[in-house]
Design a protein around this ligand. Sequence first.
Ligand code: HEC
Ligand code: HEC
Length: 434
Amino acid sequence: MRATSFAALLLLLPTLSATAASTVSEDTGPPPALEPGKAPPLPQQGPLAEPRSSNQVGFPAALTASAIPPASPLTPAAVALGEKLFFDGRLSDDGTVACATCHDPARAFTDGRPVSIGIHGRAGQRNAPTVLNALYNKTQFWDGRVDTLEQQAALPITNPFEMGSSSIAAAVSRIAGDKDYQVQFMQAFGRDVNEQDLLRAIATYERTLASFDSPFDHFIAGDAGAISDSAKRGWELFNTKARCNLCHALADNKRDVTVFTDNDFHNIGIGILRHHVGPLAQQAERELAQGRLPDVDAAAIASEMSVLGRFLITKRQSDIAAFKTPDLRNILVTGPYFHDGSMQTLWDAVDHYNKGDGRADPWLDEDIQPLAMTEAEIDDLVAFLASLTSSPYKEAGDHEYARQLALSRVDRPQRDTARAFGPKPSQPKPPPPF
Ligand code: HEC
Ligand code: HEC
């Protein structure tokens, strides 16, 4: 039965239960400085890597069941194999980089860097999103270039800036002789080590990383004291004056307490002004004419064309610099923010929206406009966002909130109060087609 597969799994696996998890403390701090030419160190597997329990306040049982393909149930053998692969540097060309390098459980499955650093210390163009709740994404990556977690997992293994393997087959051949893997693949899928099952195991593990049980979930479940009055005001603002729900909710007219995304793509004015978009779009049309996925992946991770976002896939002008609306769960502990990691704090993110950024951006989404929010309202909105932190990350979240708050009192690079309280500027017209 699909609907019970998640729950059934939990009887069999040593899952990280919500209560046990809140006692987990792993000191994070800023990501370690790197030696030139070297990948970041491989993180420890640790208790935060364990599959999550369905016994979490706010856990969406039906949605979760619908996100698990019937052909890939969450069997304990497949999950354990996927977890091991997720931490295995041998999937990379020189053994130094695993999925966990950039999706570290102790950092809520991110790397804490503005943009990710992979094999031989190569820096990409994009910020690593969390893998928590990625099972609910309708598309994967900031530009949605693939749909499934299986398709997603194949790309970093061969991307020259990430894990640098010459092919998935080459990665398979590096582990195929390992006796433990031979036994585990057989147990999980009844076959020898092979490409398809390797990707399937990783995706299956990721589908166990459902992350709810935040103070906000307790509040929605009826515990009025679970979040502060400030966070309550923030939740109201989110759905009204601040207009966040126009994109961070499934529908405009119904409050969404689950995944905080419309599964769509928007240009909200991040990064676009630093680039000459016209020539880049022409370059993309030339170089990606055949639409080969590895070419798109290379452009997104390792070239200046990365800024074109969804355009890389659709080649529609209206998709220039449009990116996927991300889920906002655990946002406090998954900074820095946006597809390019260009903002340090949630105050910066809210300042960006408050001024209705993108005056010179002809493709700016029409729902982005000045919000006229006061400083107190900005604090409330941030308090709400902070209440979306799942219990295993409570301690990390408290530290991060204090750090960001302190920073926001001395440095607000995105704040522009005059624009926030000014009229909606007239938007420049898009240029003629390239
Ligand atoms: C060198 C760092 C790095 C490595 C290694 C890496 N990733 Fe990522 N991951 C990223 C970045 C950066 C993105 C966003 C890229 C983009 O959107 O173009 C991403 C995106 C994702 C996403 C999409 C999430 C979303 O919300 O759209 C998933 C899932 C994911 N990675 C899982 C994996 C898995 C599984 C592996 C190992 C097979 C892996 N990653 C290896 C950096 C990395
Ligand atoms: C027009 C649609 C839209 C509206 C309205 C909107 N967002 Fe977003 N949001 C997005 C998109 C798209 C991104 C990713 C953009 C990027 O990285 O270039 C994003 C990213 C974010 C991020 C960074 C996420 C991360 O993982 O780095 C935060 C935080 C955020 N939004 C909060 C808010 C808040 C708070 C509001 C209301 C004040 C809001 N958003 C309104 C579409 C929207």
